[in-house]
Each structure stands twice: as structure tokens, then as C-alpha cells.
Design a protein around this ligand. Structure first.
Ligand code: NDP
Ligand code: MG
Length: 380
């Protein structure tokens, strides 16, 4: 039995991860769960999966469930709780399913313990990729990507030599606005931006998909995960989201991984690797899908993707500034405080205003995240 600790169990990835665990009751047990504020769903999850430890980060939400936690389960609260459980809890696999920069500190603690990290929380690698991958090497901790594109590449690379890779081809659905003109962004509504054609995900990543910032973050994630230069990572629009990504080798051969757009498969793979276990998830019918199409992304229209590529090419702490500005800008759009078209404007302003810093340590990363947020919060 492997013990799984889920950071962010009430989110889209967290819930899917628990669904996968439910179908492999003899293989996995849940040792801990964390949430921000969704305590009602947490209580249901505690009843079903019987973890020994849970954390509610938001203190007011935690108060609502004092006295309602069953015996044998300990409740911790706040940021300190999140760090403490990452350090103390018993687990073999740490599922990083929290959203945003907030996932970084707990993930680092799991890496320091040499655990397997099933990583969905791409922001961790975007803001501190070099530091986290170095820590993984020092502590013999392995990151198995959960992000579907990176899981696809990971699977394509099994048995291959990284020196023989010519390029990675990251596929992108293009999101809900793929076929809209740029002028449409001026008045794009929140509901329209949240209406992703292929994937059902949390609100932050869904907006990132509409701006295509998500693909920019994924290029940075792939750069750190696979140690390849950014100019060897190509983004290709593939609206059907059936090919999850590809690897092209030096002899011109291309390997791809295919499947339905369902996160349960990459989640299961990250839990069971190097084994594959039989499941009863829906299968892909290629005749039913009919055709797969591909084309180049439009960087003039999707400015966020362009900004992300520029940030990783600039290097240093620029991706951290980009990420912090994006989290605040998306948060503002979700609260209907800014227009969709203002998201890249705010990020651009932050990248101009906050000076870059090269070879940052962890403390500097936290400092830059904070000061970028403080700046972008003041913008409209
Ligand atoms: P959701 O918004 O659905 O879930 C986020 C989870 O994290 C929830 O459990 C939430 O708790 C918790 N959480 C949010 N903020 C905090 C915080 N500050 N402190 C503690 N806990 C917090 O996100 P997703 O599941 O969609 O995404 C999770 C991560 O996985 C993201 O980094 C995303 O980019 C990545 N990812 C997601 C995919 C998907 O299909 N959803 C695909 C590929 C990658 P609560 O419910 O209480 O708010
Ligand atoms: Mg992805």
C-alpha cells in the first residue's frame, strides 16, 4: 500500500486524484488532505478516505469544522499547518494539486524528504524551477509530471536518450477564444473565458488557457523538467486535445502520446509509474474523433504566451515576476475588476517595473513574488 498525501484535495486535480485512488483501493491509501476553505467537501473526503491528518489553510473556515473531525484525524490550520504536514506527515507520494505560488513552500519540504512528487502545480517550477530541480537531485526526489503535456513527454522519453532529442512539441487546445479576433478580447466576458471547449478545470488555469498564458507556463515547466533549452520547445495548436504532446528525435522520428482529455490518466500514471495498471476509464476511439489538426499559435493575439516566452528567455527571476503578476491579474478578472484584454497589460507593466535579479535564492523568490503582487494590486 502506498500512502498518498494530497495538497489541494478539493480542487479539480485533487478530486480527480481521489477518484483514481478509489478505483485502486488495494494499491493506495490517503494519509493526508489539505484545502483552503472548502471544509464541507473536506469533511466528506475525510469520511470516505480516513486520512490521519488534514489542513485547512483559511483560519475562519477551519473554525466551522472544529468538533466535527472524526477521532483519529488531526486538524491543522494555516500556512504553518501546510508546512508542518509536508515535513511530518507519513506519505510515499506527494500530490501537488494546489494552485499558484502558494504550492511552492510545501512542495519544497516534500522534495527535501526525497519523496515522489506527482506535480500538477506548475507554478512551483515556473517560479523556482532551477532551485527545485537542484533540490530534487540532491535529495533523490523524483518529480513525475501530472500536467497532461508533460506526462505525455515523460512517457515518450522512456527508454530514450535526452541527448538525442531534437525538440519537444507541446500541444495546446487554444482555449475558448482560438477562433476569435483579438478585438473580441476587449469585451470578452468571464463566462465566455471560463467556457473551455475540452477540459474541465479550476478557474485560474481555465483563464490561463483562454489567454494562453497556460502554454507559456508549460514551456517554462518543460524547460526545467526535461532540462532542454527553450528554443527546443515548440508550441503547436491542436484543438482536439487528443495528442497530449510529442517528442521529435535527431533522426526526425516523432513520438506522441494520445488519449481523451481526462486528467485521471496522467494522475494515475504519476501514482503508478513505472507500472501501468488496468483501469476502466473511457477509451479513445480514433474513427469517432475522425481528424486531428495542427497549426501555429498567433503570438500577436495571445500576448500572454509571448510574455511568458520572453520571461524565460530573459531568465533570472523574470518568470517569478510574470507568474505573480498573472496570478493577481487573473484574480482581478475573476472578480470582474478588469477586462480580459487588461491581463497581459498588467503583466507587461510588472515586468517593466520590477527589476530582474539573476541567480535568486528562495528568500529572494518570496520577496519578488510579494513585491510584484503589491505593485499589480494597485493597477487597473
Ligand atoms: P482548483 O482551483 O480546482 O483547486 C485548487 C486546490 O488548492 C483546492 O483544493 C483549493 O482549496 C486549494 N487552494 C487554493 N489556494 C490555496 C491556498 N492559498 N492555500 C491552500 N490551499 C489552496 O485548481 P486545479 O485543480 O484546477 O489546479 C491545481 C493545479 O494543477 C494548478 O497549478 C493547475 O495549473 C494545475 N493543473 C490543473 C489541471 C486541471 O485539469 N485542473 C491540468 C494541469 C495542471 P479550496 O477548494 O478550499 O479553495
Ligand atoms: Mg497542461
Amino acid at each position: 500500500m502506498k500512502k498518498v498525501f494530497i495538497l489541494g484535495s478539493t480542487g479539480s486535480i485533487g478530486v480527480n486524484c481521489l477518484n483514481v485512488i478509489s478505483s485502486f483501493k488495494d494499491e493506495f491509501e490517503v494519509s493526508g488532505l489539505t484545502v483552503n476553505s472548502n471544509t464541507e467537501l473536506l469533511l466528506e473526503q475525510i469520511k470516505k478516505f480516513k486520512p490521519k491528518l488534514v489542513v485547512v489553510r483559511d483560519e475562519n473556515s477551519a473554525k466551522k469544522i472544529y468538533g466535527r473531525i472524526p477521532n483519529g484525524c488531526e486538524l491543522l490550520v494555516g500556512e504553518e499547518g501546510l508546512i508542518k504536514v509536508s515535513i511530518d506527515a507519513e506519505y510515499d507520494i506527494f500530490m501537488g494539486a494546489m494552485v499558484g505560488f502558494a504550492g511552492l513552500a510545501p512542495t519544497i519540504e516534500a522534495v527535501k524528504r526525497g519523496k515522489r512528487i506527482a506535480l500538477a502545480n506548475k507554478e512551483t517550477l515556473v517560479v523556482a524551477g532551477e532551485l527545485v530541480t537542484n533540490l530534487c537531485r540532491e535529495n533523490a526526489s523524483e518529480i513525475i509530471p501530472v500536467d497532461s503535456e508533460h506526462s505525455a513527454i515523460y512517457q515518450c522519453l522512456i527508454g530514450e536518450n535526452l541527448n538525442e532529442v531534437e525538440k519537444l512539441i507541446l500541444t495546446a487546445s487554444g482555449g475558448p477564444f482560438l477562433n476569435k479576433e483579438k478585438s473580441f478580447f476587449e469585451n470578452a466576458t468571464l463566462d465566455e473565458a471560463l467556457n473551455h471547449p475540452n477540459w474541465k478545470m479550476g478557474s485560474k488555469i481555465t483563464i490561463d488557457s483562454a489567454t494562453m498564458m497556460n502554454k507559456g507556463l508549460e514551456v517554462i515547466e518543460a524547460h526545467w523538467l526535461f532540462g532542454l533549452q527553450v528554443d527546443k520547445i515548440e508550441v503547436v495548436i491542436h484543438p482536439q486535445s487528443i495528442i497530449h504532446s510529442m517528442v521529435q528525435f535527431v533522426d526526425g522520428s516523432i513520438k506522441a502520446q494520445l488519449g481523451l482529455p481526462d486528467m485521471k490518466l496522467p494522475i494515475q500514471y504519476a501514482l503508478t509509474f513505472p507500472e501501468r495498471l488496468q483501469n476502466n476509464f473511457e477509451r479513445t476511439s480514433l474513427p469517432e474523433i475522425g481528424s486531428l489538426t495542427f497549426f501555429e499559435p498567433d503570438l500577436t493575439k495571445f500576448e500572454c504566451l509571448k510574455l511568458a516566452l520572453e520571461a524565460i528567455n530573459e531568465g533570472g527571476i523574470a518568470p517569478c515576476i510574470l507568474n505573480a503578476a498573472n496570478e493577481v491579474a487573473v484574480g482581478k478578472f475573476l472578480k470582474k475588476e478588469i477586462k480580459f484584454s487588461h491581463i497581459p497589460l498588467l503583466i507587461n507593466k510588472a515586468l517593466d517595473k520590477v527589476e530582474n535579479c539573476f541567480t535568486p535564492d528562495l528568500e529572494t523568490i518570496f520577496e519578488y513574488d510579494k513585491k510584484t503582487r503589491e505593485y499589480v494590486i494597485t493597477l487597473t
